[in-house]
Design a protein around this ligand. Sequence first.
Ligand code: ASN
Length: 316
Amino acid sequence: VYEAPAFEILRRHKVAKVEEGLKVTEQVLKIESELMLSMGQFLRREGFIEILPVIISPMTDPLNHSVFDAQIKYYDGYYSLTKSMIFHKQLALRVLPKIFSFSPNVRLETKERISSHKHLIEFTQLDLEVRDATREDILDLIERMVVSIFEHIEEKYIDSIRKLNPKFRVPSIPFERVKYIEAFDKFGGDFETVLSNMATNPFWLIDIPIFEREFYDKLSSNGKTLVDMDLIYPFGFGEGLSGGEREFEYNKIVERMKVKGNSLDEFSFYLEEAKKGLPKSSGCGIGIERLVRFICGLDSVKETRLFAKMPGEISL
Ligand code: ASN
């Protein structure tokens, strides 16, 4: 009865014994669980309230790349499975000034993405949003959160961490800020991979060009780049967080949707709310599986979930 999952884990970890593979998985899952606890504790200390995730909605994040549709027909309408809770986060700030959610996202990526080792078609992000915050406020918050959770994990699981990932150390803050266009000019189209491979500390990629991101990140006064960011992990682990300041004025949102070619019809529910007024805000989402992969030094995000769903595959 227990052979099948054990052999799957054995294959994943390329270790000699089934028991050894199970042991690694057990350690990774314990670290993941502790990590989520410590993120929630940190944010509560900062005055955040945890809200329940939204799983289905008539509209969801359009994303900046195409994925297969994940829609459910329901009576005369359709529900989409959440790709990110971005719009609901903005609306939640009408009620509470600082919110977070461990938000399950479904993004039916095309099968080529399997080789990135960074994409799951079902994953979880810690999604947070803060009323009246600037991008700088979020950079500062996340830097302090990263240090706090790394210290917590180090204290609690130092023995397993050392075995799993000899390169583990608590990052030093502030993280370097790298401007997207400057990095592109210096290192070419593959700059993110090049810089991530070279780095030994996480760093911020900021001021992402308008066509590289969705319509909801705020356009800066230069009209070309956004007031947003990605967090890039070192040692080649790549992108682990994205976020920014948000467009909140109805006219600007509509303008940005037109520039990006998004259908106004598809987002009618959101636009109705934007007309009534959205709070000014900044926020971000940090992928749990990618963070665990980085902390534990794992080959693939697949190793961070018991029932991992990889691009192009059907699995339990
Ligand atoms: N959660 C991200 C954000 O807050 C959006 C995303 O996942 N695409 O900006």
